[in-house]
Design a protein around this ligand. Structure first.
Ligand code: 5MM
Length: 336
């Protein structure tokens, strides 16, 4: 078993998923402002350290994606944040893209940047303890989007990123996120997501990326956030599985979904249904940001010193996601 493959398996092994705590300072400031907590480096660290010291880290979280600021911070027990994560059995990871910027010649779309100087930054992150990385490309859906230009350029960047990451001995998470924003229906999401994924794998293969040492982080197939279409979780699961089966090469060991604006419960229920119906060899799990942290952040904001209460809230969510990753979640357990 190759080193990269064993890292991927460790991150997503049965019942475990990924905590996406890689909000950039701008995004974290938005999240903290929304709950009226000042966005200082100390508060950002305190919230994240509270989650990372939770009891559910051991059984539910196989990997944590960090942002540049956090990977260099020191926890209150004097361990570095990557050391704190490793001590729970999880693998420390790092977001290495530098954000989605306006795409030249298609100004309503985005291209993710960060390739310049990436090889050197990766070496530094490896020394700091990271063993996997993340790069997120975003695509909008409308009658004319995503354009061929956006699909092609983002796939190219994702593949060059993934090749460099593997060269450094880390596992690249490939995150092509087809955004939920808009009025489109689930069929549009299915068609566009399939096109995006197929192009990504064409480029990954062209760049000789070892697919066994990667993890895919896609969106689920859902109607747009302001679409009139309502969809049962069974249908979401069927369409999502069909799309992934047709578009993702079987060498990829696992798929860790983003939550993309779903509520905590929707993201849990949909993942649970995907696992109940899973007719593929892929491990299907979570790499949630908002759907793992929202309630905990809300609770914490009422009293940032209430570490136990915040951890209990996070533990519940992480346990629900872990059950969903095994197709064992139920409404009764959720409400217990
Ligand atoms: C955690 O949020 C990440 C984005 O941060 P920036 O926008 O500040 O770069 C994001 O990439 C996240 O990892 C994924 O979108 C999954 O998060 P959600 O909240 O969609 O599960």
């Amino acid at each position: 078993m190759s080193e990269l493959y064993s890292i991927s398996k460790k991150i997503i092994s049965t019942g475990k998923g990924i905590l996406a705590a890689d909000e950039s300072t701008a995004t974290m400031t938005k999240r903290l402002n929304a709950v009226k907590v000042p966005s200082t480096p100390e508060n950002r660290l305190l919230f994240r350290e509270t989650l990372l010291s939770s009891q559910s880290m051991k059984n539910c979280i196989g990997g944590v994606i960090l942002y540049d600021e956090t990977v260099k911070q020191i926890a209150s027990n004097k361990k570095t944040i990557p050391e704190l994560i490793s001590s729970t059995g999880a693998v420390p990871g790092i977001k290495v893209d530098t954000g989605a910027k306006v795409l030249a010649n298609s100004k309503d779309e985005k291209i993710t940047e960060g390739l310049d100087g990436l090889r050197d930054r990766l070496k530094e992150y490896y020394k700091l303890g990271a063993r996997f990385t993340k790069w997120r490309a975003v695509y909008v859906i409308s009658d004319k989007f995503p354009s061929k230009l956006s699909i092609h350029t983002n796939a190219h960047a994702l593949a060059r990123y993934a090749a460099l990451v593997q060269e450094t001995g880390m596992v690249p998470i490939v995150e092509p996120e087809v955004l939920m924003d808009g009025e489109h229906n689930a069929q549009d999401c299915f068609v566009k997501t399939s096109e995006v994924l197929k192009k990504c794998y064409d480029e990954l293969i062209l760049n000789k990326v070892d697919l066994k040492g990667t993890i895919l982080k896609p969106n689920m197939i859902l109607p747009g956030s302001i679409s009139k279409e309502k969809m049962e979780c069974r249908k979401v699961a069927e369409l999502t599985l069909k799309c992934l089966k047709e578009s993702v090469p079987s060498e990829v060991p696992g798929i860790a979904f983003l939550s993309g604006g779903q509520t905590e419960k929707e993201a849990t229920e949909n993942l649970n249904e995907i696992n109940k119906l899973n007719n593929t060899d892929f491990i299907m799990t979570y790499s949630y940001g908002r759907a793992l942290q929202q309630s905990a952040l809300k609770f914490w904001s009422k009293n940032i010193k209430d570490i136990n209460g915040t951890q209990n809230t996070f533990n519940h969510r992480a346990n629900m996601c872990s059950l969903a990753a095994q197709g064992k979640w139920t409404e009764e357990i959720e409400n217990k």
